[in-house]
Design a protein around this ligand. Structure first.
Ligand code: CMP
Length: 146
């Protein structure tokens, strides 16, 4: 399976609960390495831009309000099959429907305050990574190089 990169966000509820380390540990335990990390406080326009695909959904205003309510941790995760693996580790969008042992099952509050975001395809991963990170932050890594 090819090495991929995907965007991961730890949402304001994750920072509020103080579980950033626990969440990153779950990614690392499954072979996903953070290769770029930053703490961001999104403006309303930035949150609306990121979730533009959901603009017409009834939950959009509340989602934007939530995503701007506190800092988020944006990460690029790298590893084999990173897009699908990240989504497996996160669990279903609605924590009530998420499988046992997933981040959302164990930590999320509800379908909105669901602790983490992950890109849903390699194509969207490229778009979402570029939304948060610039070229200079995304240099390639050779983990075996001394
Ligand atoms: P995320 O994976 O970041 O993608 C879109 C987000 O919208 C989702 O996680 C939730 O935070 C939120 N969301 C999705 N569905 C609903 C819903 N039915 N009600 C409220 N928020 C939702």
């Amino acid at each position: 399976m090819a090495t991929q990169r995907t965007l991961s966000l730890i949402k304001p509820d994750g920072l509020e609960k103080g579980i950033v380390g626990k969440i990153i540990a779950r990614f690392e335990e499954r072979g996903l390495k953070p290769v770029a990390v930053k703490l961001v406080r999104l403006t309303q326009a930035q949150a609306e831009g990121f979730y533009a695909v959901h603009r017409a959904r009834p939950f959009f205003p509340s989602l934007v309000q939530f995503m701007t309510s506190g800092p988020i941790l944006a990460m690029v995760l790298e590893g084999d099959d990173a897009v699908a693996k990240n989504r497996e580790i996160m669990g279903a969008t609605d924590p009530a429907k998420a499988a046992a042992g997933t981040i959302r099952k164990d930590f999320a509050t509800d379908v909105e305050k669901n602790t983490v975001h992950g890109s849903d395809s390699p194509e969207n991963a490229a778009i979402e990574i570029a939304y948060f990170f610039g070229q200079l932050e995304l240099h390639p890594y050779d983990w075996k190089k001394k």
